[in-house]
Design a binder for this molecule. Sequence first.
Ligand code: MSP
Length: 519
Amino acid sequence: MGKKFYVTTPIYYPSGKFHIGTAYTEVLADAIKRYKTLRGYDTFLLTGLDEHGQKIQTVAEKTGETPQEYVDEMARLAKELWKEMDIKYDFFLRTTDDFHEKAVQKIFEYFLEKGDIYKGEYEGWYCMPCETYFTKTQLVDGKCPDCGREVKLLKEEAYFFNMKKYADKLVKFYDENPDFVEPAYRKNEMINNFIKPGLEDLCVTRTSFDWGIKVPNDPKHVIYVWLDALTNYLTALGYMQEDDKLFKKYWPADVQIVGKDIARFHLIYWPIFLMALNLPLPKKFIVHNWIVMKDGKMSKSVGNVVYPEKLINRYGLDATKYYLLRVMPISQDAVYTPEDFIERYNSDLCNDLGNLVNRTISMVNKYFQGNVPEYNGTPNDADKELEEFTNNKLEEVENLIEKYQMSNALQELWTVIARTNKYIDETRPWELSKNDEIEKLKSSIYHLIENIRKIAIFLLPFMENTAKDILRQIGIPENLQTWDSLKEYDKLNCIKVIEKGEPIFMRKNIEEELEYLKN
Ligand code: MSP
């Protein structure tokens, strides 16, 4: 059996159009999936929508639709966006899917039978937008500690999950698995802020609205949206269903990606639910920070939201993906500015990458009628230095990708691009040609094409169209486009580049673009 790799994104609330922050999570997961697929894994990427709960019911009421009509339309739009962004997901789960609802009810009943869920009465401070109850001590200045909005004191008959029972087991798990969460400081945050002060039992039902999965045999209660939503990572694979072969194959998840705001749900409640189900825990969590604006959070009410379509329509999908992955090191917030976007577009993509490809293709045409000279097997000093630099750096880039540090990986990959550009300036092929130093010229052109081939292969998980376009323009056959072929060095025989290089990114006028981006 081949190696399997299961990666998940959160299932999104369809409370509005997706912005570049939401798109970031999906693009990151997609890059990971593509990389693992290139490395020979049998991969599965799960995404979807979290369609129940008070928040969705309220939004739907405003549009004059039933919640079901509303989420149906939002699911259509989400799928349309992921298609436009060429996200290679394997399954799109909707929490209103019948199979999911039935499996969640079974999980609830199982917890009830086991005594992990019990019936009681709840009084607490409820934040409606966050759909979360807080104790008085958790409030900050009497407001929601997560979003800062007003909270209401509510009392209701409810079911509870016995979190306390699992607290010690969870701490032990964290101690024994230091690599469970990336970045590591998130783990300490969870332990110090939530577990050490004492885990409260979690209220897992609601009676104040009905847009949710009904508690079996007690239908005035609906199941808390987070219990419903978190289990999607299992139900999507057939867990608690007749056909569970995907579950048997892919669980536990190899990596689960979540934003910092939902770390608590995924790093405390989710592992505890899994322990209660006697299931293995995911191998790793990536908790990423946020893409923010200069004036703070992206928000519709402030009117500073950036939608991915705005960038894709004008700069293309690959430039948009590159920007999102490059700008955000997982452990810090990244500030989006139109200036930064254009600067990266012009400098990283047009100047560094685009020019390298273009200049090289024109030299192959000029000096060798488009035929890449064969490798003579004896690199001179300059060639050797380039080879060593490239091999060491690419190893470093691969290690960073393995750690899911895509921003750093791209940054380091760009040092290979810069070094290769510098190699052209140093070896000065035009002078080698004039002085009839033909062997040196051949070697220099061979090394350039070889470096571009390797750079393009490393770009495949991030910007597939651009990578493929580069490989096509420099005439690389399919067998030399694979990850394994990175080890090959002297195999570029009979390669012919295209007659005239086609620019992969067109330089933009900064003023004009800022005008476009500011509107
Ligand atoms: N429905 C829940 C997740 C349930 S998973 C069992 C949810 N949905 S959400 O739509 O509000 O957020 C989805 C993801 O988008 C979260 O990981 C969140 O952190 C991420 N982002 C939302 N805004 C973001 C940015 N501005 N930047 C980066 N990620 C952002 O939470």
